[in-house]
Design a protein around this ligand. Structure first.
Ligand code: ZN
Length: 275
């Protein structure tokens, strides 16, 4: 039996302008890239009012275009990747079709979590849902990148692509640290209301448990900038905290270095990106 932790009462975080989150750090739009259409984004027709609401929020946020720009800049594909919003399946990466499926309901569910736990999540609900969507998109695109480049995976691929999402957000997205924290919070929110133990089959599941994914993401955020996030891991028992903080600095260094090496070694294009 595993005790499920309650969602932590973390310290109040500083706030930033909501609309600024997805602006990328580099002025890529000023440049043209040879391989612009390597990610194609499709929106299925939204029928219900709630789906229309989700579609409107997603399209106006520019989140999927940000992922496409990131791919142009840092991780290109041999085979063009399709991202399809709508439908009932997902979020998932379909290996056979080489496409990512994200139902509109995924955004709405995230939004509802952030609305329900507004006080604890400490973020605007729409921003929380969009940050969760960004992380999820990058997670699925990470699966696609591994498949497309036939990268060796030594361990759980689900963990590897969670790391991919976090590393991309932390390095290449303005306020990506706050976006990653919101995405991490979503994992904690999802574990709310669960029974206090896991079933046997869950231990052999592909994904780490939600709260492990929560702490793994926070660990990378902390490790990326311990000074800026000095209180991020304060929910860890004080006698273990310093040891974990130190380990997170090392973990970030290792994951960051290794993913950058992967991206560099498998870059498709004339000029190596500045990683
Ligand atoms: Zn996955």
């Amino acid at each position: 039996m595993v005790q499920v932790l309650r969602i932590p009462n973390r310290i109040k975080r500083f706030k930033v302008g909501l609309s600024k989150r997805l602006i990328l750090t580099a002025l890529w739009s000023a440049f043209s890239f040879a391989n612009q259409d390597q990610i194609q984004i499709d929106y299925q027709v939204a029928v219900t009012t709630i789906d229309k609401q989700a579609q409107e929020a997603i399209t106006s946020s520019g989140v999927s275009e940000s992922v496409r720009d990131l791919a142009d800049r840092y991780f290109r594909f041999h085979q063009p990747l399709r991202i399809i919003f709508g439908g009932d399946e997902g979020p998932l990466y379909d290996t056979d079709q080489h496409q990512v499926l994200i139902p509109y309901s995924f955004y709405i569910e995230s939004l509802n979590y952030f609305l329900e736990y507004a006080e604890r999540a400490q973020t605007d609900a729409e921003q929380g849902a969009l940050d969760t969507l960004l992380h999820t998109l990058l997670h699925e695109v990470g699966h696609a990148y591994i498949a497309d480049h036939r990268l060796p995976v030594l361990g759980k691929e689900e963990d590897a692509v969670d790391n991919f999402a976090a590393i991309i957000m932390l390095n290449y997205i303005e306020y990506g640290d706050l976006a990653a924290i919101n995405a991490a919070d979503m994992f904690a929110l999802e574990s709310e209301g669960r029974p206090n133990y896991y079933q046997s089959y869950e231990y052999i599941g592909e994904h780490s448990f939600d709260l492990q994914r929560y702490f793994s993401t926070l660990c990378l955020v902390y490790g990326s900038d311990p000074e800026a996030h000095s209180e991020l891991l304060n929910e860890i028992e004080s006698e273990l905290r310093e040891e974990r903080q130190q380990a997170c600095i090392e973990t970030f260094y290792e994951i960051d270095t290794n993913w950058k090496k992967m991206l560099s070694d498998h870059w498709l294009g004339a000029n190596q990106p500045k990683l």
